[in-house]
Structures are given as C-alpha cells and as structure tokens.
Design a binder for this molecule. Sequence first.
Ligand code: NAD
Ligand code: LMR
Length: 338
Amino acid sequence: RPPASQMEEASLLRRANCRSKGGAHGFKVAILGAAGGIGQPLAMLMKMNPLVSVLHLYDVVNSPGVTADISHMNTGAVIRGFLGQSQLENALTGIDLVIIPAGVPRKPGMTRDDLFNINAGIVKTLCEGVSKFCPMAIVNLISNPVNSTVPIAAEVFKKAGTYNPKRLLGVTTLDVVRANTFVAEVLGVDPRDVNVPVIGGHAGITILPLLSQVNPSYSFTQEEISYLTDRIQNGGTEVVEAKAGAGSATLSMAYAAAKFADACLRGLRGDANILECSFVACQVTELPFFASKVRLGRSGVEEVLPLGPLNEFERAGLEKAKKELAISIQKGVSFINK
Ligand code: NAD
Ligand code: LMR
C-alpha cells in the first residue's frame, strides 16, 4: 500500500488531469488563516463546493490538523495543508481564488480599527506572497479593518506591479446576510426571499444598508428604519459582546465568505448576472474604494453598478460614512507608503 501522502498526490494528479479550468469547472482555492475561527468552517464549506477541485489550507499554526480532519470528507476537492511562511509559495502557486481571513479578531470594547496595528502587517505579508506566487488570482479579503486592509493590499500589488482592481474584493457579504435576516424578521418572511444592498464600508456608520432598495419592495416606517440601520451597523459588535472575549463572528462569517467565494467562482466560470456587494476600487463616489453592488465575471469585478436612488436618510448616512471611510482608506495607503 502506498503511504497516504503518495496516494493523495496520485489522486490529485488524476483529478487535475480530468478537469481543466473553465472546462469541468474545477478551480483551485487557497484559504490563508485556515486554522482560525473563520478559517475552519470556511474550509469545510469550500470542501463541499463542487466548483472547487483543489483546496489549499495555509496558516502559521494548526493547519496540518485541520487539513487531516477535512481531508476525510468524501467530497470532490483535493485538500492540501501548508504551515508557516516557508510554505506560502507552495500554498499559493497555481491558485485561482485566495480567501484571506488571517488576523486577530475584536474583543468587547474594541473597534475594528483597533486591529489595524497587528492585521495590517499580516495582510501586507500575505499579499506580497500573492503578488509573487499567484498574481492573477482573485483575492477575497476578510481580515479587519476591511476599510483599511483592502487599500493596503492594493498598495502592495501596485508596488509589485501586479495590481488589477478587478481582482481585489473586500468581503462585506456578512453585512448583506445580516440585513436580509433582520429585515426578514421585521417583515415576517423567509430571509432567503429578501435582498438588501449594503454599501459604503465594513465598520459602524460606514455600513450603509439601502432599505429603500429592498427587494421585494417595502415601505418601512421611520422607527423600523432606525432599528434596522442600527442593528445592521452594529451586528458585528452584537456578536463580539455575546462571545464576551472569545472572538467575533466566525460561523455566520464563514457562511458569508463561502457564499461570496461561490459567487466569484461562478463568475470565473462565466455565469451571467452574478451580483454581489463588495468593497472595491471604484468611481461611484469621490473615494478610491467603496462597498458597491458589483457584477462578477471571468475577470473578477466586471462592472461596478451605480448606487441607485437614495432617500434623504440614506443620503445623510452616505455623507457621514464617506468622512470616516476617507480616513480609514488613507491610513491603509500610508501604512505601505510611509
Ligand atoms: P482567529 O484568531 O480565530 O483566526 C485567525 C487565524 O489567522 C489564526 O488561525 C491565526 O493563526 C491566523 N494567522 C495569523 N497570522 C497569520 C499569518 N501571517 N498568516 C496566516 N495565518 C495567520 O480570528 P477569526 O475569528 O477567524 O477572524 C479573522 C479576521 O477576520 C479578524 O481580523 C476579524 O476581525 C475578521 N472578520 C472579518 C469579517 C468581515 O465581515 N469581513 C467578519 C468576521 C471577522
Ligand atoms: C463582523 O462584522 O462580524 C466582523 O467585522 C467582526 C467584528 O469585529 O465585528
């Protein structure tokens, strides 16, 4: 009997030979930070995704254990684990989609910006790896503060000469997931039947749910608008406080990240009309980055859609959000160019 690792390699080769990218739609995905609170359930969900042929799990701790565990799932994706900086090259080479949940989470009383000092360096190092080893990959960036880490990633890619704004997406899907859930509770309907665009950024008042654009359309009272806006903007803090020092949202985030990654992969495959909200480089406002409705496709972000009509309450929220966003974006840019 060949040892398990040789058998796994043989199986990988067999599967790689019979699937080609865009043919049988087997994509290669890497999760950086795969042994963490988000990383582990996200790894499980990506192992269950039929569009994934190869799944690389990278972390600086515990990735061998998580890899061994997930490798026993009898789904199609072949799993490989990578531990520590020396294995980053092998973790990233040949990858189509990189998902990054590496970094520290909040504790009660902290803002997402309080994570900047630690997470900025982690994101910088990992994005340098992406620019060297898989510069054409789509990047889904989860690590907080997203309003600053996405600009950091963009600057790293610019310095390396590999930047393509279509391929860098900050993950804000959890805001949409929460908005749909909370709105469905108010309306007494199934959350799967609700869609609320959430724009701006991913922190406090920069999270701007467009309740006036809810689908199916509904006219909320002022009281409902206040309650829903506050709950959606503070959904992350609600979880941080409930976890009381044990971290922030991990399971709902893994669900949201898996949903967003699946949309990116369907876009890469060439499916039509894949619409999601994401924090991306765009011109929908005067800011260089803004969470917007985007159409995903073979090259990543194929189109950034306009904000659409906003009511007076949303227009006022937009002005406040832009002030805070401008500071967070500049902080990320300065971190790389200091
Ligand atoms: P966690 O501490 O449970 O896991 C983080 C993982 O990152 C750990 O396994 C750690 O070893 C790993 N890591 C640290 N440095 C690394 C490096 N240089 N390379 C690779 N891996 C490294 O944290 P978590 O709960 O999984 O949260 C991760 C991040 O995601 C936090 O910054 C959190 O704020 C953020 N987050 C974002 C959203 C969002 O909506 N975008 C939602 C929830 C959490
Ligand atoms: C969230 O929205 O749950 C995440 O950004 C984590 C956090 O710190 O709130």
